[in-house]
Each structure stands twice: as C-alpha cells, then as structure tokens.
Design a binder for this molecule. Structure first.
Ligand code: PXG
Length: 290
C-alpha cells in the first residue's frame, strides 16, 4: 500500500491525485490552507488549525461544504492510513474550477479539499543550539486593507519574494516589515523578542495569528512571564536581549543575529530556553489523538 492523500472524500495514491488546471486556487491563488503537525500520534492544536481554516475561508467567502468535525476525522484518517506517528499535514481548500475570469460564482462545481500527510523534515539541530542568523528584507507585508494577513490564503507571493531575498543573503528566514516600517513577521514564522523582563511580539492584526505564537503566549501567562503586543521598528529588534521565531515547522527557534547585529549575548537566552522546554512538554499532551 503506497502513500495516500485525501481528495474530496477519497483516499488516492499520491501520484494519481489530480486537480483541474481551471481551478481558481491555481489560476488566482483563490483558496486557503493550513500547515499542521503531529507528535507521537497527537495532532498538535488540530481544532485551532481547523478553526483558522474556516475563518480564512469565511474571509474570502469560500464555503467549506463539510462540518468541522468531518474534516478533523479526515485528517486523523489520512494519518492513520499512512501510518505516520510524527507528521507534517497540509490541508488545502480551493475555490474550484471556473472560467478564465475572476468571478468566484463561476466555480459552480465547488472546490477541492485535499490533505497531504508526510514525514516531517526537521530543521538542523544547530539552529536550536546556536540560534539563527536572519535578515530583514525589502519586500513588505501586504497592507491589511489590501489582503488581511490573517487570511491564510494560497496566495503567498510576497512571502515567496521575501524568501528569495533571504536566500540571496544566505539567510534561512526573513523579517518582513509593514508598508510603514514596522516589524510584522517572517515568511512563515512569527517573531518575538525579550526586552528586560518583558516578552514582546508585534500587534497581532499586522501578521498571521500563529498557532505556535498563541501557545507561547499561553505558556508565558502560566509561567508569569510579562507579555505585551508592541509595534516595533527594526532598531528595537536589534537592541533586544533575546529574539526567537515561532511556527508549526520551526516550533520555537532562537535568533542570535539580525542583519549585522548580535542579539543579546549571541546565544539562545534564558527566557527562550524556558519557553522551548515548556513547548516541548505541551506537544506531548496537547492534541487530537489518532
Ligand atoms: N506567519 C506566516 C505568514 C505563516 O505562513 C506562521 C506565521 C506561523 O504560524 P503557525 O500557526 O504555524 O504557528 C506561518 C506558518 C511550512 C509552512 O511548511 C508554514 C506556513 C506556511 C507555509 C509553509 O513551514 N505557515
């Protein structure tokens, strides 16, 4: 039995799954997605990811023709079928095939819902031990009045352009700024700093409200670490005592250099390490079993 993907209610060989080239998900990036992860047969924060997917879909007036619990079951079934204990899960909903115009009403047949599960590729261990060196880039975040950054849509072009800039600077991630020069987030991670006794992250309406970011904020609250959202320019990041990124794939990864600036003591800081340890424990218990 080869590796299967879920596509509109069926399990199909991953090499045989096909979508229409008229799908507006492909033609226009008209669709939504989630990147999810499981640890030892527990899907971390699955219900939170499903809620965000439906919110994103709602924001683009895309109706997911399925109850949330049915989709939750589909995710669990896909993982079980592929016998994956630790996995990366990609959940995608497209607008569906239409004509060559933008009008989503023409996509009458409805969209594709698919689930790909795969082995998770972990970042190199040295990222976590020594911290990342990252850069800021010129490509801006979408202005929230143009595309709300809280819509996790299939249109990731500006993040991809930022990623290309980072790659050219030999950096694994890129800090993206808003149109008015405030730090928003990275291409697929949120950003935090520690300054004095306070944990800070940018205002959550200018970036994607990360599920990992939520988890870190919850841990901070329980651990009595002072936390605030704060609008920050790059200078504040440069002068931080600690810095780290959060994301489903990266989990919590320390940052020890931003552009030419060494952060704090140049190694992962104490608050970062405390949060990393607490997060590791959380992944062992917080999730939907399959
Ligand atoms: N910001 C953006 C723009 C993202 O795309 C995050 C923050 C972190 O959110 P979570 O909920 O994961 O804590 C993301 C994460 C991947 C991958 O394979 C991840 C994302 C998008 C595309 C690929 O790592 N989203």
């Amino acid at each position: 039995m080869g590796h299967k993907v879920y596509l509109n209610g069926k399990f199909i060989d991953r090499n045989k799954a096909k979508l229409s080239i008229f799908d507006h998900g492909l033609l226009y990036g008209d669709g939504v997605f989630e990147g999810i992860r499981s640890y030892h047969r527990l899907v971390f924060k699955l219900n939170e990811h499903i809620d965000r997917l439906y919110k994103s879909a709602d924001a683009i007036e895309l109706k997911i023709p399925m109850a949330k619990r049915v989709l939750v079951k589909a995710v669990r079934d896909t993982l079980k079928r592929n016998k994956l204990d630790n996995a990366y899960i990609r959940l995608v909903v497209t607008r569906g095939p239409g004509d060559l115009g933008l009008d989503p009403r023409k996509c009458k047949a409805g969209g594709f819902i698919f689930i790909i599960t795969d082995k998770i590729t972990l970042y190199p261990k040295k990222f976590y031990e020594k911290g990342l060196h990252i850069v800021s880039v010129k490509t801006r975040k979408n202005y929230k009045g143009a595309i709300d950054p809280n819509i996790k849509s299939l249109n990731y072009l500006n993040n991809i352009l930022a990623k290309i800039e980072a790659i050219k600077k030999a950096s694994p991630e890129a800090i993206m700024l808003t149109h008015d020069d405030y730090v928003a987030e990275c291409t697929s991670d949120n950003i935090f700093i520690v300054k004095g006794n306070t944990l800070l992250t940018p205002p959550r309406d200018i970036s994607l409200k990360g599920i990992t970011q939520n988890a870190v904020i919850d841990i901070a609250r329980k651990s009595k670490i002072r936390f605030k959202e704060k609008n920050m320019k790059l200078n504040e990041i440069y002068k931080a005592d600690e810095c780290f990124l959060t994301g489903t794939a990266a989990e919590i990864v320390p940052v020890t250099r931003v552009d030419s600036h060494v952060i704090g003591a140049g190694k992962p800081g104490p608050v970062t390490c405390e949060l990393m340890a607490a997060f590791r424990e959380l992944t062992k218990v917080d999730g939907v079993r399959y």
